[in-house]
Design a protein. Sequence first.
Length: 452
Amino acid sequence: MEDPGPHSYQSILTLIVNIIAGGALNVELIAGIVIIIILLFMSGAVSASEIAFFSLSQFQLDNVKRSDNQKGKILILLLENPKRLLATILVANIIINVAIVILASLLIFTVFGFSNVSITGVIIEVVVLSALILLFAEIIPKIYATNHNLRVACIMSRSLLFAQQLLYPLSSLLVNSTNLIDRRIIHKGHNITMDELSEALDLTESQGSSPDEERKILKGIIKFGDIAVREIMRPRVDVTAIDDSANFFDLLAIINESGYSRIPIFTDNLDNVTGILYIKDLIPHIRESAEFAWQPLQRPAFFVPENKRINDLLQEFQAKKIHLAIVVDEYGGTSGIVTLEDILEEIVGEINDEFDNEIDEVHHSKIDNNTYIFEGKTLLNDFCKVIGVDDRIFQDIKGESDTLAGLVLEMAGRIPDVSEQFYFGNFTFKPEIVDKRSIKRIKVTLKEVKEE
């Protein structure tokens, strides 16, 4: 590349002097300069609007919505489709800046005649135009818009609405292109599975970077959406319910013995639940006689299927403001009950009150660090919590069973004998008490894993 040299700079100065002295500052040049100034102002206004619109706070938007200002209504209308608005601003800014560059090039090369000093002309054009656009079309407007975002947004709303309609084809092309990239590239590979999250928590556990209680809660949240109602419900055989033919004194006796605050009411058998009795509704009638008609005090029962996810059930509990649901099977028979406390315990762990030690605890005894005795009706979910393993470990062998006895029955394929043992992974299951229909008690032994 040749150095322009002193002669070239002298030529430029001579040209400028001749233009000013000789009256070459004609109408075309003045018009071109005025147009460039106008385009710089338009570019600055468009740049300022980008900052203004997308920095509005929710408080400012709420105030605009409450006002009757026409510009404010247009502003809200534009922000209903932020991608379209941003595309319009970018396209308009590009068109204006390109127009500035083209017009400035024509003026410089036509008026100043850089035919012999083209390199110098290009350098001057790049430096001058870059400085003008950066200062007057970017920095100053955006600083002003940052401090007066609502004012700038309202002023520019009509102009941008017009630009949005005028540049609709170009902005649509830009929006559709970004949507395609967003779907195919940006979002691809960023879907984190529940298993990956669980593995990440296991990694933090091995590194001891978070407290045990926090890890348990986080794991509960991760598994929350995959748990069905049947996995946490109280099974039918353990449900305390009252026949609606019972007299008032028998009712009070059952309530005192159970200690529950809500009890299902049925007619003839538990498959025909008619309602839920809230014990607090009996308080005003506590001194009534045995013939007191307590049945009208029961409230409507809420029924849910066994396979309902507990995250959906939690939302329904919140919406209906209830704490207990009757779980039914595919034939409409009663499978058990599920409470709000059962759901919350899947996240935060056991929630104990003054009655839980006698009534609601998981019935098991620990012989030593590796040996336990469990009741057969213990839910697999509760068994895994006691042992400290992920309940998904039995996913492939448990079939439709939700209890420890059901798991052993799935492995045996029949009612096993007391002397039999069944193995899975590090677990050994040995039935301790068995009758003709079920397994009452199971001994569970964990094999010690020797560290290498």
